[in-house]
Write a protein that binds this ligand. Sequence first.
Ligand code: F6P
Length: 558
Amino acid sequence: MSKLTQSVAWTKLQTHATRVRATHMRDLFEADPQRAARYTLTAAGITLDYSKNWLVDETLPLLVSLAEQEQVGASIERMFLGERINNTEDRAAFHVALRANAPMHTAGRDVVPDVVRVRAAMRSFVDSVRDGTAKGHTGKPMRAIVNIGIGGSDLGPLMATEALAPYRHPRLTPYFVSNVDGTHLSEVLKRVDPETTLFIVASKTFTTQETIANALSAREWLVSALGSEQAVGRHFVALSTNLQATAQFGIDARNVFEFWDWVGGRYSVWSAVGLSLALAIGMDEFEQMLAGARAMDEHFKSAPLEANMPVVLALLGIWCTNFFGTRSLAILPYDQYLARFPAYLQQLEMESNGKRVRRDGEPVDYATCPVIWGEPGTNGQHAFYQLLHQGSEIIPADFIAPVRTHNPLGQHHRLLLANFIAQTEALMRGKTSAEVRAELVKQGLTGAALEALVPHKVFLGNRPSNSIVLEQLTPHTLGALIALYEHKVYVQGSIWGINSFDQWGVELGKQLAQRVLDDLAGPDEPSEHDASTQGLIKRMLLADRAAPLAVAKKGPLS
Ligand code: F6P
């Protein structure tokens, strides 16, 4: 048994959970008209109503004791002090410095001047593309912005560019290419004109197979379409920490926007990785997003644990995961602009906390990150909410909604909000068999026909959810929302004792893919594999013999 599960705070919570399990939220609401007010927090333009959770009076203090016991306050300080909290990669996780407006030191150095310098370079580039003074090789202003990147070099800017679509420049259309599947790039290239397309190659390491393959193919397409290598200089920029590799790729140093190893990929949207977003919405709005995140940072740094929104959100997650055994978390934005927010959080949460060993290498004996998934409401209601309401597994959910819409259209927004609110109520209240019977009687059913239907129509309720409400989805509130989840993830990682900032779990697949790639390139003796893997390789090689699977020439990645 680990120290954590044997600790005083943990065991107290275990005992407490047995008691709370015997309560129903519906009764708790009936007993306390102040419940919602007591369990609501506001920070940085975001309101979190967490009253529809398994909470009685003692719960939050006990959860906060766990946070205190695991020294969450000290962890928060360490992050803002730029300490090397990413211990397995021996570096800081200092994304908060990207949105700071005062000196922030790591390794004895104030990094903010560098951040400001790169941001100034981004601003002049962004302005020149947006006002049309930056021209392509044939003298035309840019119309398409194609971000080539994957993981953190894709999901953040993609999600935010979609989320902030109302702020987009009318001439510039953003595209995002991430998948190494040639279909992704090909479909984008079909839609853009080489004379007016700017490619942004975003890669922290600049060694990521998918990104380099896509970048090379895009470059080949551009050069062949415009008939000159010279065109690359005007149509390609890079975002990276690896300036040597960007130079090797042939991108002029003046077209490289750098960031630093203390910026984790999934925490990089605030850095030069946000360039595609900044081009779309303009630098002023981009800086508004930074300001929103900064407001959440200030709150995170200074609010007491029990009133600290990221801490409370983290503790509620731990309460559900570790003491009630829930295994996934649904992210349900009631805002079409946030359609990619669940995918963004998948990387943020699962790549950060999807780990089975602690910082010191000891295996955990408790659950860590749940599976994160979700879709915008109301679409999800007509797809998977059945399981949320009546499934055999309880799935906590974060509902996210803006009070105001960017697109007032008849009754639409009222309908949307009504659905959001009603879903949280239904999950919490449920419907008892007595209520179902009364309803069926009203509909004229009696006897066996009525009784046969009752179990199907009962909702147990008592299913937890958080309601996260923004005044409107703006760069500022989006910044605060992302920072809220970033900090939540860090707090959970701190309590679970894991390093939220490495991602060794992605390595094995990458290594094996390289071996399989060599085998598929043939004709050498294939490397050793199990029978299934061998069979799949043979299947592809046979097909390749019949008709080549890839263009004959050996590319730089083959
Ligand atoms: O393979 C996972 C990962 O390393 C992510 O952590 C990262 O966001 C993504 O790949 C892309 O990495 P890069 O920005 O270096 O291309």
